[in-house]
Ligand binder design. Structure first.
Ligand code: PLP
Length: 365
């Protein structure tokens, strides 16, 4: 891509390494469904995050459904979710007949506000689904949510779909503080397998339950004896080949993602109309470049006319037609109104970032 071509907001990056992994697998006459490559990919995710177990599934939505199911969540139960998130978070528990209950997020981290989460607890609350928005931790630390979970007995599930490569201040990888942490490998993520998801946990029994539930509830490897309901949420070896190659690139991608954010921050420092959300780069790897823009839609149109793609940030979920709930969540509403993701792909060049920031500065005069 030359520096004057259209700059998409995001596109995945696959190359020679992925091709070599795939070709080597194709020479093996395998079944394509999950097997040794998948085990190796799971081991890589477990090693990288420091988790005892990793179980991969077909995407980062059913991973959340599976996590909730493994924790016994079902019809009539309530799960507290942030109002600012990708809609997969609440939909994942809706699929089990549970009811997502929405609370607002912190204005600086975009992570669920722990005081509001506590206030939303009812006798039906079974879990809190904490989304580490763009890799960020709660402002007062993850310990606040762990303490709430311990005090109330309500399970903490971490939706860390956007957070591979981000750590908590205590040195744990994001996703490791909850009973189960979930990741997504959809096309825009820091590493991708096209579609894909992963669950991490340190709990042996929970890991065994996740494996069983994702394989039709089978009581043993490959048999047709089912002592519980289960589904088919399995991975494929082709995804695992790509994932193994992508995992080798992850350390470099983490470095580059941080450098991209830093350059945006420097170039936009004097531009009053667009404000980046902050990141602690010592811990957090910004997956997307997120910020709020004055005259957001006009800015997006201005950039588009100049060959620069953007994406409006998630609308508040309670206002989406799919939910259409009453409620007042001013931070989520503000992000839905003014939030704009700038080009964030790993292959973005410094010259392209300078061009994007120059256009934003020109727009605001
Ligand atoms: C916070 C969050 N949760 C869940 C998902 C769903 O992941 P997937 O697209 O792999 O189903 C995403 C995807 O963008 C996400 O950002």
């Amino acid at each position: 891509m030359s520096d004057t071509d259209f700059i998409p907001q995001m596109r995945p990056l696959f190359g020679a390494d992925e091709r070599a992994e795939l070709l080597s697998y194709l020479d093996e006459d395998g079944f394509f469904t999950e097997f040794k490559r998948t085990e190796a990919f799971e081991a890589e995710i477990a090693r990288y995050t420091g988790a005892r177990h990793c179980v991969v599934v077909n995407n980062g939505t059913v991973s959340l459904t599976l996590a909730a199911a493994a924790l016994g969540i079902g019809p009539g139960d309530e799960v507290i979710c942030p109002d600012y998130t990708m809609i997969a978070t609440p939909n994942s528990v809706q699929m089990l007949g549970a009811k997502p209950v929405f609370v607002d997020v912190e204005p600086d981290t975009l992570v669920m506000d722990v005081a509001l989460a506590e206030r939303a607890i009812t006798p039906r609350t079974k879990a809190i689904m904490l989304v580490s928005a763009n890799g960020r931790a709660p402002r007062a630390g993850i310990a606040t949510f762990e303490a709430l979970s311990q005090r109330t007995g309500i399970a903490l599930i971490e939706d860390a779909a956007q957070s591979l490569g981000s750590w908590y201040a205590d040195g744990r990888h994001v996703g490791r503080a909850g009973r189960i942490g979930s990741f997504s490998f959809s096309a825009p993520k820091i590493i991708s397998t096209g579609q894909g998801g992963a669950l991490i946990t340190d709990d042996d029994a929970l890991a065994a339950r996740l494996r069983k539930l994702k394989d039709f509830g089978r009581s043993g490897g490959g048999n047709d004896v089912h002592d519980s309901i289960g589904w088919n949420f399995k991975f494929t070896e082709l995804q695992a080949c790509v994932g193994l190659a992508q995992m080798r690139q992850l350390p470099d991608r983490v470095v580059r993602k941080k450098a991209i954010w830093r350059r945006y921050a420097e170039r936009l420092a004097g531009v009053s109309g667009y404000r980046l959300f902050d990141h602690d780069l010592a811990l957090c790897t910004p997956w997307f470049i997120d910020g709020v823009a004055e005259r957001r839609d006009e800015l997006a149109a201005h950039l588009k006319a100049r060959g620069i793609g953007t994406r409006t940030m998630y609308p508040p979920i309670h206002r989406q037609k799919a939910y259409d709930l009453p409620g007042d969540h001013p931070v989520a509403e503000h992000i839905g109104r003014d939030g704009l993701w700038l080009p964030s792909m790993i292959q973005l060049t410094d010259a392209q970032i300078d061009r994007i920031c120059g256009e934003i500065a020109a727009f605001y005069g």
